[in-house]
Design a protein around this ligand. Structure first.
Ligand code: SF4
Length: 124
């Protein structure tokens, strides 16, 4: 019998989950206040994924950076590789909301997109 403690991150409540895996492979999740907690525990222990959010440098824009995020979750083990790739990226203004900033982030097949527009600095 294997026991793991997790904090559910599916909503701001942050329930403390206690997951017990029996010898026969069955699971028991305790501490969740709703069904999403059990789903989260299963996913976290079998195939953990994350949305990556950060900022990327903008050249010639009204703001020096633009906020970006992966369009979908990517494997947790690819998050650092994705962050490192984004550190090297600089985009030219204007940047439009939803524009692809980095395609196929860390070989995951998931694009990183802008979550805000940034106008050129020479436009009033
Ligand atoms: S178990 Fe439900 S209520 Fe608790 S943190 Fe997760 S989503 Fe929120």
């Amino acid at each position: 019998m294997e026991k793991t403690e997790l904090i559910c991150i599916k909503c701001p409540v942050g329930c403390m989950l206690s997951v017990t895996v029996q010898e026969d492979g069955t699971w028991e999740v305790k501490g969740n206040s709703c069904g999403r907690g059990e789903e989260y525990a299963h996913k976290e222990l079998t195939n953990p994924t994350r949305i990556v959010t950060t900022t990327v440098r903008v050249r010639g824009g009204r703001q020096a950076v633009v906020p970006v995020k992966t369009r979908y979750d990517i494997p947790k083990g690819k998050v650092m590789e994705c962050m490192e790739a984004l550190r090297e990226v600089e985009v030219a203004a204007p940047v439009f909301l939803g524009a692809v900033i980095l395609s196929d982030a860390a070989g995951t097949g998931v694009d990183v997109v802008a979550t805000k527009s940034v106008e050129r600095s020479d436009i009033d």
